[in-house]
Ligand binder design. Structure first.
Ligand code: PGA
Length: 265
């Protein structure tokens, strides 16, 4: 893991934007794994700015989102389809046929999940998967106890996650109980992962993910086994890391030849 700690979520999101922009510039046909939630919003805003003002081109990019609520029509205000179009796709030039979000309305869920996995393989695999982390350590909607080898499938949300998302729906009772999510194994197949976490609420999950044991109890901890994962944090989310000073030291002393990670190279 490459742990990058910046002062606040704005600075951290710029580092993430540099990584995405570098990838898309070098490989215009890049396959991006995308996430919803509050965490990537500043990153998406910055990508939109670079598209508009600097000509960052997404016309050949393919995208796959992590997850979607079961039973919400695509135009439902809380669906992740709607989220992605409003927050990102309406403002970039990704051709709609290249956009993939799991279909929460699929009649045959197992078949839809297998088709999603096949579509990722057919696109050549995910080059960079964006991730957030739940306060319970989930990635995507892979709740604690998810198999670390799991593939795209239906999951039942934990009470913790339902409570965390209740605000969007106007009450816990309105949050769907089921979701379709890429599996932990699907995420691990990505060539690179980029997980962002901001705020004190995430500090405990982040510390367990980076420095705790690898365990299905905290699915994000499996990223310790991923060969190329960036973990980009603000100071608050990093506040419980025992080795925080070392991660800062490493970032400050990156060899000049080592391209990437927020150096605009
Ligand atoms: P958030 O959600 O970005 O809204 O904090 C992250 C997650 O639950 O994975």
């Amino acid at each position: 893991m490459e742990v990058i700690i910046r002062a606040d979520s704005s600075a951290a999101s710029l580092v993430a934007a540099d990584i995405v922009a570098t990838l898309v510039t070098r490989n215009p046909r890049a396959v991006l794994g995308l996430a919803t939630g509050n965490t990537p919003l500043l990153l998406y805003r910055e990508l939109i700015r670079r598209h508009r003002e600097e000509g960052l081109d997404f016309s050949k990019v393919t995208t796959f989102n992590l997850d979607e609520y079961r039973g919400l029509p695509h135009d439902h205000p809380c669906s992740y389809h709607r989220f992605m179009w409003e927050k990102l796709f309406d403002h970039l030039n990704v051709p709609p046929p290249r956009v993939h979000v799991p279909d929460g309305m699929a009649e045959d869920v197992p078949e839809a999940c297998e088709a999603y996995e096949r579509a990722i393989v057919d696109a050549g695999g995910i080059d960079l998967q964006l991730l957030g982390i739940g306060t319970n350590g989930h990635i995507g909607f892979n709740e604690p106890s998810s198999s670390l080898a799991s593939r795209t499938r239906i999951k039942t949300l934990s009470r913790n996650t339902i409570a965390a998302n209740a605000g969007f729906f106007g009450g816990e009772s309105r949050v769907p109980r089921h979701v379709i999510t890429m599996g932990v194994g699907t995420i691990m197949d990505s060539r690179r992962c980029l997980l962002m976490a901001f705020g004190e609420d995430k500090a405990s999950a982040v510390a367990q993910m980076v420095e705790g044991p690898v365990s299905a109890r905290l699915p994000a901890s499996v990223l310790q086994l991923h060969p190329r994962t960036y973990v980009i944090l603000d100071e608050a989310a990093a506040s419980r890391l025992e080795l925080g000073d070392y991660y800062r030291w490493v970032y400050e002393h990156k060899p000049a030849w080592q391209a990437g990670a927020g150096r605009g190279k």
